[in-house]
Design a protein around this ligand. Structure first.
Ligand SMILES: Nc1ncnc2c1ncn2[C@@H]1O[C@H](COP(=O)(O)OP(=O)(O)OP(=O)(O)O)[C@@H](O)[C@H]1O
Length: 805
């Protein structure tokens, strides 16, 4: 057999099957798909194939005539074997191998076999080209001595083209099976040949994917299983309309599906993606939310055995590719397409088909469809009654709170606006562990509510005095209206916040008196009822005691016991007065934010203030809605504008356990307030400690980092919109990141809360800084500070204390 390439080169791009180089003949088969071919040498043929004409990965064909029609059976050389009869022979031969003329049998025995795996079939046309190629398993069996010919590149190309010009490679799985350990290599060799025949970019991309996959499979099979470690870290941020992945198939739930995406897309959980479907003849862009992300393919864990060695170094040594090999498997849940008539999402009840391409939902689209704009989008309707999303510019719309932007997109790329009407009517909960940004976020919302396009009437119950800096908005230009509007910010503290005793209910008094006996309760109820019948509203404890003594006799022991309690808890408490009652007009007005600073009051007194004020405000709203103002006999308060009241430490006012007097009115307002234009906002770091009735009535939720499992459970059971995927996000959020869900949004949204326009008033000052400053002050003015701090006694001196004097 000659090693020199033939000078007479065949035209490899020719596409005809006639006059091809015969390279060998079949001698046996290992299976229906796997044949052994003896390669011709000089003694068999005048023109024996050169090594590169019958090498590894060489496409070949065998001609077959079936019922008069001519076919080729395509195959590929996937293995070669040399047979040397001399091997293992120790006895002498008559002649040596370099004297073939004397020993033709010997040379013939010393031969080369090739393994040929079958790929498919094609029909041969009259002009010798092929058509109707099929990559199915050939049905006919080949015979011993069938001639195997070298397949020219043109024929190979035609065998891999479909009728409509697409590239087909449908035999790969079979080839990998048949060729065993050499399957990946022979597939790669074939892919390499096809690259020249299919130069178009679309074909090259497909070949890239196949090549990467096969290469990956083969190298990982050598190195171990692909790891599947869930990962959420990624550098890139999704952007407008990018192609991000392909639908792999349906997921666990009826609205869920899986997507495969390469690492470079870095699609995160919470990202909004879109695909197109036709619903009742109309093409629709359906939005889905990514709910989970797992690595489907990455470097094997075994490569990470030594933390001093980068896994890429191991991979490089083993020849495992490391670039662009990571694949992620995302789970997504269908939100729906935006129904421009109903102005909400509608579920197409149709999952995307496997293979559907997915894009990130465009920024502008998300900005318009995420908030529940409700009737807010009315003036963007076209004549057909549909809302023209492209004309919905939420940024210029009135009554929306700009809370921040989508966390998964570039900063500010998709601004998130929350309709204030929604949460002002159906209540709001801001829930997060301490230090996660609750008060900060509440501050952002309050700023938004005081803007000229909203001018809310806000009443803030502030048990920690955290909203002192909100007064800055009075002078901020961005809060000024063209008509001269300037928001008012008023502060009330216990000195100017008094409760008139006659405003208390008997239930309130019982709570204040700390479990009076049954008989005392009975006496108190009788006396209180009588007092409330009186015209005068300026009675006090003395008048009440007189009334009870009138009813139950001057020496009644229970009245005696009540006297002591009433004097201690009510008469001597500066919070309660007989006459002064804060006028509601001083407290609430449109365009006014009133902050009740209650940090010096006991918890019980804070609850009492909330109870009485909420009751008065609620009744005043009720009177307005029921048009009691028209009744000449009505002398109560009327508030003819909606109210929104915000509670820091909400669990203090509506606790899940205990007997807070404020709980009743808070339950009433959260369940009925919608009808009367009275919204509550509950801020709390302990959702599990809030009354579940109150919490579950909060239609809009801003949930931030929460790690405590009991609190997570409370959210799960009371926050309807918080799906499993949303709850999973909560522990991983950092300060300022939040999930906004519920009535105000069409779907839960992961946001970065914007920065405050005013200063945040709740920053804790580090203890070390305080110590240092205090110490420095003492050193500068030792005598004065010592005198003040030590109560004027003999000072030991700071120098001595520090031990350096
Ligand atoms: N959106 C944001 N942008 C910038 N910084 C923020 C943001 N949200 C919170 N922070 C920072 O996080 C800190 C904690 O926020 P905040 O005081 O609102 O927490 P909190 O949940 O109310 O805590 P606490 O329960 O102790 O009152 C703030 O001091 C602020 O510096």
């Amino acid at each position: 057999m000659s090693d020199t390439p033939l000078t007479e080169q065949s035209d490899t791009q020719r596409d005809r099957t006639d006059d091809c180089l015969a390279i060998g003949s079949i001698v046996s088969s290992n299976s229906h798909m796997d044949y052994t071919v003896e390669i011709y040498n000089e003694t068999d043929r005048e023109r024996a194939p050169a090594p590169d004409e019958c090498g590894f990965g060489q496409p070949v064909f065998i001609k077959k005539t079936i019922r008069g029609d001519e076919y080729i059976v395509m195959g590929v050389i996937y293995d070669t074997q040399l047979v040397d009869p001399d091997q293992g022979r120790s006895g002498p031969r008559l002649a040596q191998g370099d004297q073939p003329q004397f020993t033709p049998g010997y040379v013939e025995e010393r031969t080369k076999f090739a393994g040929v795996a079958l790929l498919g079939t094609a029909e041969v046309t009259e002009d010798g080209t092929i058509e109707n190629s099929s990559h199915q398993m050939p049905r006919w069996t080949l015979a011993v001595e069938d001639i195997v010919e070298q397949c020219p590149d043109g024929v190979t190309r035609d065998f891999h083209s479909t009728e409509d010009g697409r590239l087909q490679l449908a035999y790969i799985e079979r080839l990998l099976d048949v060729a065993g350990p050499l399957g990946a290599e022979v597939t790669l060799a074939l892919v390499g040949r096809l690259r020249d025949s299919f130069p178009a970019e679309e074909h090259q991309r497909v070949l890239n994917v196949i090549e990467k996959d096969v290469r990956w499979q083969s190298s990982v099979d050598r190195g171990g299983d692909a790891m599947s470690t869930p990962s959420t870290s990624s550098a890139r941020t999704g952007s407008d309309g990018d192609l991000i992945g392909t639908v792999a198939g349906p997921g666990d739930g009826p609205n869920e599906f899986f997507i495969v995406t390469p690492d470079e897309q870095a699609v995160k959980t919470g990202e909004f993606i879109t695909y197109s479907v036709t619903v009742e003849g109309t093409p629709r862009d359906v939005i889905a939310r990514v709910t989970n992300r797992e690595q489907a393919r990455g470097l094997p864990e075994a490569f990470m055995a030594d933390p001093h060695v980068a896994p890429e170094a191991v991979a490089g040594t083993l020849g495992v590719p490391t670039e662009d090999i990571d694949l992620y498997r995302l789970e997504a849940t269908v939100i729906g397409f935006y129904d421009t008539k109903m102005e909400t999402f509608s579920n197409p009840r149709q999952l995307p088909r496997p293979g559907t391409q997915l894009r990130t939902a465009p920024d502008a689209m998300l900005e318009a469809v995420l908030p529940n704009l409700g009737i807010g989008a009315e003036n963007a309707r076209t004549e057909s009654g549909e809302v023209d999303l492209s004309s919905v510019d939420v940024a210029t719309r009135d009554g929306l709170a700009h809370m921040g932007w989508l966390l998964n997109r570039e900063t500010g790329a998709v601004d998130v606006h929350v309709p204030i009407d929604e949460f002002a009517a159906t209540h709001l909960a801001i829930l997060a562990s301490t230090g996660s940004g609750k008060s900060y976020t509440a501050g952002v919302l309050m700023e938004e509510m005081m803007k000229p396009d909203v001018r809310a009437s806000l009443l803030v119950f502030d048990p920690h005095g955290e909203y002192g800096s909100l007064s800055e908005i009075r002078g901020e230009e961005r809060f000024a209206g063209e008509d001269g509007y300037r928001p008012e910010v008023e502060y009330f503290n216990p000195e100017n916040l008094r409760i008139r005793i006659s405003e208390l209910s008997v239930g309130d008094v019982m709570a204040i008196l700390d479990n009076p006996s049954d008989r005392m309760q009975e006496r108190l109820a009788g006396g209180w009822r009588a007092m409330q019948q009186r015209e005068s509203r300026t009675w006090g404890v003395d008048e009440l005691l007189d009334e009870m003594r009138n009813q139950y006799g001057p020496d009644d022991a229970s009245v005696g016991a009540l006297e002591w309690r009433l004097r201690r808890s009510i008469q001597r408490n500066e919070l309660f007065t007989t006459d002064v009652n804060v006028p509601l007009d001083d407290l609430v007005a449109p365009g006014r934010c009133t902050v009740l600073q209650m940090d010096t009051l006991s918890r019980r007194d804070q609850q009492m203030i909330a109870t009485v004020l909420l009751r008065r405000l609620y009744q005043a709203r009720l009177a307005a809605v029921r048009e009691r103002g028209d009744d000449p006999n009505f002398d109560g308060d009327i508030i003819d504008f909606p109210l929104f009241s915000l509670f820091e430490e909400g669990h203090r006012f509506a606790p899940a356990t205990g007997d807070a007097p404020s709980l009743g009115i808070m339950r009433t307002i959260t369940s009925e307030g919608r009808k009367f234009g009275f919204g509550l906002g509950i801020i709390s770091q302990r959702p599990s400690k809030i009354d579940q009735d109150v919490l579950s009535q909060c239609g809009t939720q801003v949930t931030m980092k929460i790690q405590n499992p009991t609190d997570q459970k409370a959210i799960e059971s009371s926050v309807e919109a918080a799906g499993e995927d949303v709850l999973r996000e909560l522990p991983g959020l950092t300060p300022g990141q939040a999930v906004v869900s519920g009535d105000a949004m069409n779907t839960p949204v992961l946001i970065q809360v914007r920065e405050r326009h005013t200063q945040h008033g709740a920053d804790s000052i580090p203890a070390t800084q305080r110590w240092r400053t205090a110490n420095e002050q003492r050193r500068e003015q030792p005598t004065r500070s010592e005198g003040a701090d030590m109560g004027g006694g003999e000072s030991t001196g700071d120098v001595d204390l520090l031990g350096d004097g």
